[in-house]
Design a protein around this ligand. Structure first.
Ligand code: IVH
Length: 663
């Protein structure tokens, strides 16, 4: 019986390998099912026989309460990104600079899934883990066992860790979403999210039903097996029974590499799974070791990311909106399309020149693009698709809300409605006043402000603080209850105690952003002092130039503004700086910091505040002037730029070390 048990496991494992890994079935489905049934029956009748690597485990069944944490002895790193040919050439030059003559590279598809570490002991799968933060991941062994392209047992009794990508094929994804929609459930945005959601199922039966797959692409410690190149490592893993992507290619020149990229870019849609780029890995392991790693990435590999996908749709109309400063923006109204998981209905067209430059006519077929985390963009029109029915774009001459004639400043592209009483400007001004970085009044969203404005409850900043006098009317409104009104009024009252930089920013003074407001608040300490400052005095402050100084003088000379501030003061709004004082620190003073990636210990605002309180400045973009880039998890192109420019890079720990040293 034991012999038959072993034999069945062998037959089924081989059949799985041939079917799923080699894509070359050797037995019929009926035969397979009958062997599997026999194995199940044997295990039920003789529970002591059951082995952890038995193919019956693939059906799932165990339900967990949560996932255990596991430590990756060798951290699971991410990859730096390159976006074009010149960045690829730079990557190659950096490698050559490290005395790697004639480097050869392995080009691989960048599978759009989630990375996994697989640990085998004596040839048996003992653990599958997610990447997590790179050092601590989660134990997903039960779910990993349900993936038929992952061997439960290798041909050799070897101890080994391999890494790869778990993903969901396009076909399975579409089917799963169809089912979700049918059941009234939210569909997944893309196959990657679906794969990630599936691998984190506590019920492994559900994970099994999701038909995930896996490609293996990395051997963390090739030296242990006497392996000298990455291509050998791939072959070695293939021989052990792992599924290695057949598209991998060893190239000996940049030309060959670029050709691979061109080829795969052109044919990516034909693949049965999603890829989002090409991974380029230096082939020689010795050279890899010489190059080493940065905090987050190996220096010997990089990922070429495909440009954001373009999708075609129809430009139905161009409508105009009025901002708080009176600036007029044309917006594209589009036939709704799904671009990388989200439905796009509108896109900003910025200004008249932009529309002219893109040659957009109403009714045109246009190409839309949305890169990850980036606002949608109209890339171009397709004049060849015109029917003659299209209408020319015409810039408006009058404000679409108040009818005032629009003005265009000399040498500028934007049109403005300069009517201070324009409803659209006032509403936008109120939305800005209550926003998170301004007075931070929770519960007054854009729609509510607009409704309250139209109902006459809030026409000016001071009306916000008098809203409590309308409590009875508000409770009668649809969508409001006693509790939500009480919360809102409380948030409004609390905002009275804000330190004055919030009020300075909230007033909406042209060219005075959140940072400038803070500089001014710290410098003048009270709004009264700031209002008395003259142009030269303002101009002397570091970071305050002519434009901001003039804007402040203009704003505070307008009677309406002066009156409004006096009223706010009378209502009890604080006009004094009550935030922490700057404590100059030489490691930070006058240096510019850029923060990128997800930090573990600080919120973005908090670390920026800390830096500023030590006399440092913060910026959102990396340039030659940047002194230090602080890097968290999954940093993006800012990190790569910093590496390219040779800028000092700190991890969060480095930041704390410098901080503690100073303190
Ligand atoms: S190599 C040190 N190869 O892309 C080696 N990664 O953006 C690091 N990925 O975290 C990984 N296909 O999840 C490698 N052929 C491939 C890949 C690949 C997809 C993923 C992986 C990684 C992420 C980085």
């Amino acid at each position: 019986m034991e012999d038959r048990y072993e034999e069945l496991i062998k037959i089924i494992n081989e059949a799985d390998y041939n079917y799923h890994t080699l894509d070359n079935p050797t037995i019929t489905d009926q035969e397979y099912d009958s062997y599997l049934r026999e194995l199940f029956e044997l295990e039920i009748a003789n529970p002591s026989l059951r082995r952890e690597d038995s193919p019956t485990q693939r059906a799932g069944g165990k339900i967990l309460e949560g996932f255990e944490k596991v430590e990756h002895k060798i951290p699971m790193l991410s990859l730096s990104n390159v976006f074009n040919e010149s960045e690829i050439v730079n990557f190659d030059s950096r490698i050559k600079k490290e005395n790697v003559a004639n480097p050869s590279y392995v080009c691989e598809l960048k599978i759009d899934g989630l990375s996994v570490s697989l640990q085998y002991e004596k040839g048996r799968l003992v653990r599958g883990a997610t990447r997590g933060d790179g050092v601590i991941g989660e134990d997903i062994t039960n779910n990993v066992k349900t993936i038929k392209t992952i061997p439960l047992k290798l041909d050799r009794e070897i101890d080994i860790e391999v890494r790869g990508e778990i993903y969901m094929s396009k076909k399975v994804f579409e089917k799963l979403n169809e089912e979700h929609v049918k059941n009234g459930e939210q569909p997944f945005q893309n196959p990657r999210n679906a794969a990630a959601g599936s691998i984190r199922q506590l019920d492994s039966k559900v994970a099994a039903s999701r038909k995930l797959e896996c490609w293996i692409y990395h051997l963390p410690n090739p030296e242990d097996y006497g392996i000298a190149t990455h291509s050998e490592a791939l072959q070695f893993m293939k021989d052990l029974g792992f599924r290695i992507n057949p598209n991998n290619k060893l190239v000996y020149s940049i030309d060959e590499l670029l050709q691979f990229i061109d080829e795969k870019t052109a044919t990516r849609d034909e693949l049965p799974y999603e890829i989002d780029g090409i991974v380029i890995k230096l082939n020689s392991i010795a050279a890899q070791r010489r190059l080493g790693f940065t905090a987050k990435y190996p220096k010997w590999a990089t990922a070429y990311k495909f440009p954001a996908k373009e999708v075609l749709t129809k430009l139905r109309d161009i409508v105009f909106t009025v901002g708080r400063t009176g600036q007029i923006t044309p917006n594209a109204v589009l036939d709704p399309v799904i671009v990388q998981g989200s439905t796009i209905r509108r896109a900003t067209l910025h200004n008249e020149d932009y529309v002219i430059e893109k040659d957009l006519k109403i009714g045109d077929v246009v190409a839309i693009r949305k890169a990850a985390d980036v606002i949608p963009e109209v890339v171009r029109s397709l004049p060849e698709r015109r029917t003659g029915e299209e209408k020319d774009f015409e810039m408006i001459k009058f404000c679409p809300i108040c009818g005032e004639a629009l003005m265009k400043k000399k040498d500028q592209v934007d049109y403005y409605c300069l009517n201070p009483n324009c409803d659209a400007r006032k509403i936008e001004g109120l939305v800005h006043f209550v926003s998170r970085k301004a007075m931070n009044i929770d519960g007054l969203g854009d729609r509510i402000i607009e409704d309250f404005y139209n109902m006459g409850f809030i026409k000016s900043f001071t009306d916000i603080y008098n809203l409590k006098n309308h409590q009875k009317d508000l409770i009668e409104l649809e969508g409001f209850g006693d509790k939500s009104i009480a919360n809102l009024l409380e948030a409004i009252e609390n905002s009275k105690n804000n330190s004055v930089e919030r009020l300075i920013f909230a007033l909406g003074i042209p060219n005075v952003g959140e940072k400038t407001a803070k500089v001014l608040a710290m410098h003048y300490e009270t709004l009264d002092n700031l209002m008395k400052a003259n142009f030269d005095e303002l101009n002397e402050i570091e970071d305050i130039g002519n434009i901001i100084a003039k804007s402040l003088i203009d704003f505070f000379s307008i009677d309406y503004n002066k009156k409004q501030i006096a009223n706010l003061k009378e209502l009890g709004i604080n006009t004094v700086y009550t935030g922490p004082k700057v404590d100059i620190n030489e490691d930070f003073y006058n240096k510019t910091f850029v923060i990128t990636g997800t930090l573990e210990k600080y919120k973005r605002d908090e670390i920026e505040e800390k830096i500023e309180l030590l006399g440092g400045k913060t910026s959102s973009s990396v340039s030659k002037k940047t002194s230090v880039v602080i890097v968290g998890a999954n940093p993006g192109s800012k990190y790569d730029k910093a590496v390219n420019l040779g800028i000092t890079i700190w991890s969060e720990d480095d930041f704390e070390k410098v901080l503690n040293k100073s303190e």
